[in-house]
Design a protein around this ligand. Structure first.
Ligand code: NAP
Length: 544
């Protein structure tokens, strides 16, 4: 059986960065990917208007300065095609493709006590051994469908945004679009102009923020190039890993006049990055409910001004008590699209669907005849690892440990599963993915370097070459999860129904109540804590 020092699963940003960094360490590494090419979530989401919402200059790796200074990023946020092209570019530039194998889905991984290695099996039946196993499988990959009866009866086409890896021509068609999260809101704008009729089926009205994307000017690019080190330093000091300068702690919502507040919100509305509301307005916007309500007042005024039809407007306005407590949904032109006659909105809570029929979607009010139904209903919040069968050294399965929701130490490792690493695993930070995955790569490399050094020293002293097992203590993991729960409770996110919690969009309901899946204290604080713990190897064990 072929054996590697490390096997990486997944060829998105996380897997590419991990493959690159582990190869720099001199290990034999192979990456396996289920899809037919690189891209990860950006391979599977090629629907019209799929766009990132992170500043382009930092939506990339920072280890290759020469490339950073020359590689083009034509707009302030990047369309899917540009992002996937960048990933391909990195893979080619660093000659990573020969170390990648596509169309290979991980089926199981079992720790073999006889040689202290992982035995990895793929859907093709191929089996490999590895000392280190890195799951760079992303946080959004198990797509979720609503349970509506009759799905199989529909005579037209049905697509999910999370499995859209080819061009689909929907010009002139009647389309029903279920879901109004980041994917649904952006796709709606992408389709509104080209389809004959578009009906948005909305469960919860969202506050959708414009991303005022525009071409990058030569002066802007020049400034970034001159200050690249500064830009990337700011990434690690920013709450979302995107380079926003921290808002001074005393610049709070009620520390300014009403006029100033309005001016700040208006600037954020016109900002090139929709994330500005959360990270570039007031320091207490996500921690003080009264402050958050001021923002909500502003959003409601904007929606009311933009949407002309009072019936549509009424459906698009969230109930007044709804806080801005989810991951920001950014899409320019969203509310404006509803001013088009061919775009309509159905509120699921007011007129629930009854069934999918041969012709379309039947609600309690009427039957909508459709050619295409699109599910923009996202992913099972804790579903990423659900279909992978992982067995640890004591014979227990990871799924047994995670029946109540996934847990880890620092988002990197799971106690009792040695030499198994996650890139952006459970309870890691919600932040700019390329930069977060690069950071995780650095931390994993640090841990593996120590293990490899110990192995070398032992080999020299005792003429043995035993694998060193890197693990976390259960106490360290429990304390980290406890901290993540305490942190989210200090924010408005705690009240919201979202994929921040393991009970969202999933049939697997934890009995013990809400279980948080992210560290919501900001990427800056996260980096500080993880660097400090990994730097001192605190909470980790290294055993021969
Ligand atoms: P999502 O944020 O989970 O949104 C899912 C949508 O489907 C929500 O509107 C949800 O309604 C609705 N929904 C789910 N289950 C439903 C059901 N059973 N019946 C009716 N409606 C249902 O998924 P997503 O939009 O695909 O986004 C996934 C992740 O990717 C998020 O982190 C998102 O921010 C990210 N993303 C980012 C970008 C970007 O960077 N620009 C683009 C796309 C996606 P409720 O609101 O009522 O739950």
């Amino acid at each position: 059986m072929q054996s590697f020092d490390a096997i990486v699963i997944g060829a998105g940003f996380s897997g590419i960065s991990q493959l690159y960094q582990l190869r720099q360490l001199g290990l034999s590494v192979k990456l396996f990917e289920k899809a037919a090419d690189v891209g990860g979530v950006w391979y599977w989401n090629q629907w019209p208007n799929a766009t990132s919402d992170t500043p382009s200059e930092v939506y990339r790796f920072s280890w290759d300065k020469e490339d950073l200074l020359t590689y083009p990023w034509p707009t302030h946020v990047l369309p899917q095609k540009e992002t996937q092209a960048y990933m391909n570019h990195v893979v080619e530039r660093h000659n990573l493709r020969p170390h990648m194998q596509f169309s290979s889905e991980l089926k199981s991984a079992a720790f073999d006590n006889s040689d202290s290695k992982w035995t990895i099996q793929f859907s093709s039946g191929e089996t490999y051994k590895t000392t280190y196993l890195v799951l760079a499988t992303g946080r959004f990959n198990k797509i979720a469908f609503p349970s509506i009866p009759g799905k199989e009866k529909f005579a037209g086409e049905q697509y999910h945004t999370g499995r859209w890896n080819e061009h689909r021509d929907l010009k002139g068609k009647r389309v029903g679009l279920i879901g109004t999260g980041s994917s649904g809101a952006a796709l709606l704008v992408g389709l509104a102009k080209e389809v004959k009729q578009l009906v948005s089926f909305q469960r919860s009205a969202q506050y959708v923020i414009p991303n005022n994307n525009s071409p990058v000017s030569a002066e802007y690019r020049d400034n970034v190039n001159k200050n690249y080190d500064e830009f990337f330093k700011n990434v690690r000091g920013c709450g979302v890993g995107s380079g926003f300068a921290p808002v001074p702690a005393d610049y709070t919502t009620f520390s300014v006049s009403e006029e100033e507040r309005e001016r700040v919100f208006e600037a954020a509305w016109n900002h090139v990055w929709g994330l500005a509301f959360t990270f570039d307005t007031f320091s207490d916007i996500m921690t003080n409910e009264a402050a958050n309500r001021e923002l909500v007042k502003y959003f409601r005024k904007k929606i009311t001004q933009i949407v002309k039809d009072p019936v549509k407007r009424d459906k698009l306005l969230p109930p007044p008590e709804t806080l801005y407590d989810k991951r920001p949904v950014c899409s320019s032109g969203y509310y404006e699209a509803f001013n088009q006659d061919n775009v309509d909105i159905v509120n699921y809570k007011k007129t629930p669907w009854v069934a999918i029929t041969e012709k379309g979607i039947q609600t309690t009010e009427k039957e909508y005849e459709l050619d295409v139904i699109i599910y923009a209903t996202g992913y099972e919040s804790d579903g990423t690892w659900a279909d992978i069968d992982i067995t640890g050294p004591d014979g227990t399965k990871l799924s047994e440990h995670w029946a109540e929701g996934s847990t880890s130490y620092l988002g990197l490792v799971k106690a009792g599963f040695p030499n198994l690493f996650f890139v952006i695993g459970p309870q890691s930070s919600l932040a700019n993915i390329p930069q977060h995955s690069q950071f995780h790569g650095e931390m994993i490399v640090k841990l593996i370097s120590k293990a490899e050094q110990m192995k070398k020293e032992e080999a020299a002293a005792a003429n043995k070459n035993n694998t060193v097992l890197i693990d976390a203590t259960q106490q360290a993991e429990d304390d980290w999860v406890k901290l993540c729960n305490a942190v989210i409770q200090q924010t408005v996110y705690y009240g919201g129904g979202s994929y921040f919690f393991s009970d969202y969009n999933t049939p697997r309901k934890p009995k013990s109540g809400r279980h948080v899946l992210w560290f919501m204290g900001g990427f800056d604080k996260y980096v500080e804590k993880v660097e400090e713990a990994v730097g001192a190897y605190r909470g980790f064990t290294f055993v021969h």
